[in-house]
Design a protein around this ligand. Structure first.
Ligand SMILES: [Zn+2]
Length: 199
């Protein structure tokens, strides 16, 4: 028997049995207690592996190339942060680094660290702590804001220079919905149960 709390009204209830694909609702307020997707850990793990590959591509390859008067300038995610530092915009550089590189890297890395052992049935130290941190990093991940900023800047610069989208831009564009899908599929209750060694 497991006791869980309703996130909407704080009611404390005994966790009901829910088959794959079903959902449990609160008796008192009708709010969603949890949803049991089928094969949720497998799907989530696959999405996070895809996200990790896309994140590596987004960081290693050029984001945009500017062609002006026969000269080509390529930018990557890190070179954008470095350019801001060179211009003395230290606070902006730190924010861009935190929201587009550090937070997504921590979120993806921690999710892989938690989901891989849970998926393969291996026990690793610090799983509970790592899973708790995942929730802490998510609000700081603002890749979509960054992508919109890049697109707006690209449109404005289109008259001055020829802009060639790089492979990293496509990887970044794919990464955002894939990471959103992974967090949507993530059944936190089930992961907590597996971390505790329950089936
Ligand atoms: Zn409730």
């Amino acid at each position: 028997m497991r006791i869980i709390g309703c996130r909407e009204c704080d009611a404390v209830v005994v966790e009901p049995f829910v088959p794959d694909g079903g959902a449990a609702y609160c008796d008192r307020c009708g709010g969603l207690l949890f949803r049991r997707h089928s094969r949720t850990i497998e799907v989530c793990f696959a999405l996070v592996v895809a996200a990790a590959i896309l994140f590596a591509v987004a960081n290693l390859y050029p984001f945009l190339a500017f062609q002006m008067q026969g000269q080509t300038t390529r930018t990557t995610l890190v070179s954008g942060t470095r350019a801001l530092l060179d211009q003395g915009e230290n606070a902006v550089a730190a924010l861009v680094f935190l929201t587009t590189i550090a937070s997504p890297a921590c979120e993806i890395g921690l999710l892989l660290y938690v989901l891989a052992p849970v998926h393969f049935g291996v026990r690793l130290p610090g799983l509970a702590l790592a899973f708790r941190f995942v929730e802490q990093f998510r609000p700081w991940s603002m890749m979509e804001v960054f992508l919109i900023g890049i697109l707006v800047a690209g449109v404005k610069l289109a008259d001055l220079a020829e802009i060639v989208p790089g492979i990293a831009l496509y990887a970044f564009g794919l990464l955002i919905p894939i990471l959103a899908a992974a967090s949507n599929f993530l059944d936190a209750e089930l992961v907590w149960r597996r971390i505790a060694g329950e089936p």
